[in-house]
Design a protein around this ligand. Structure first.
Ligand SMILES: [Zn+2]
Ligand SMILES: [Zn+2]
Ligand SMILES: [Zn+2]
Ligand SMILES: [Zn+2]
Length: 298
């Protein structure tokens, strides 16, 4: 920080780093809002939702914590602005990343968005996401056709599943087929559909599920008849368990549809081939993306 003083000491000019100036601006902005809100509250007690009211937890489980309006208050909620657009086109447009940074994450709705999430199977943009949500969603690939199905799937398929199903079905390709991209469908099959097949082992307190879940597949969704999912466990403590189930792709997709209708009826109702109003009848050919570079963008 620099202070420039004139010889007679009457005038001072402050030189501040840009980041500090921005921080001071934000603080001043917040203070103005608080003062205005305090005045509003004094002026009328009947206002049920004063403008400074901290954003409340959206649901009762406390997952979304109440946060006072700070710098994130200026983030716009994502409102399907990029719906139906192709990622390959948007990612090349100048200004896209600046636009993305102006939105709040479309899943947690609290953190600033940093990436434009898209469906690798159909190429459509889903929505802007924050770093944390994007990381959570990225399949944990051991190989291109083999993933580890660890604990974070609990959030994707249990606690926060309504948000995530809504998010995945922002891809018109997944929505029209009432499905998920293959790695997600495979993870769902291991985590949800084959849950009852997971062995348990004796542990100090009760029983513990065996090892770490893993799912691999042969072929792809483009040749569903020959696509087979294999659900297995790694690190079985007694070494007796390995492959738990082999599930054909079509069966997995059917079971997913039934589960979706029960778990997220609104998402299921919006899905299906008749919901493609305004979209081209013919999907563009799907190019299998097996490069590691592509996965980084997932
Ligand atoms: Zn987020
Ligand atoms: Zn898709
Ligand atoms: Zn075991
Ligand atoms: Zn992603």
């Amino acid at each position: 920080m620099l202070v420039e003083q004139t010889r007679d000491g009457t005038q001072r000019t402050w030189w501040l780093p840009r980041a500090v100036v921005r921080l001071l601006d934000v603080a001043e902005h917040a203070e103005t809002r608080w003062l205005r809100a305090a005045r509003t509250r004094q002026a009328s007690a009947v206002v049920t939702e004063p403008p400074s009211r901290p954003r409340q937890a959206r649901d009762a489980d406390g997952r979304r914590t109440t946060s006072p309006e700070g710098p994130t208050a200026s983030l716009r909620p994502y409102n399907k602005e990029l719906e139906g657009q192709l990622y390959s086109v948007l990612s090349r447009k100048t200004g896209t990343s600046r636009r993305v940074a102006g939105w709040a994450c479309a899943v947690c709705r609290t953190a600033p968005a940093t990436v434009l999430d898209h469906c690798h199977e159909h190429g459509y943009v889903r929505a802007p996401l924050c770093q944390s949500c994007n990381t959570q969603e990225r399949p944990d690939h051991l190989y291109s056709n083999d993933i580890r199905v660890a604990n974070r799937y609990t959030r994707l398929f249990h606690t926060d599943t309504d948000d995530w199903l809504r998010h995945w079905h922002r891809c018109p390709g997944c929505r029209a087929r009432t499905t998920l991209p293959l790695p997600h469908l495979a993870a769902w099959t291991a985590h949800i559909a084959c849950r009852s097949l997971r062995p348990t082992h004796r542990a100090p307190r009760g029983r513990k599920p065996c090892g770490v879940l893993r799912v691999s597949w042969t072929g792809s969704q483009n040749a569903p008849r020959s696509c087979l999912l294999t659900v297995a466990v790694d690190f079985c403590p007694s070494g007796e368990h390995r492959v738990l189930a082999r599930v054909p792709y079509r069966e997995a997709a059917e079971r997913f549809r039934a589960w979706l209708a029960e778990t997220a009826p609104a998402v299921a109702a919006a899905a299906g081939p008749d919901r493609l109003d305004g979209l081209p009848a013919q999907f563009r050919p799907v190019i299998a993306d097996t490069s590691g570079e592509g996965l980084a963008l997932f």
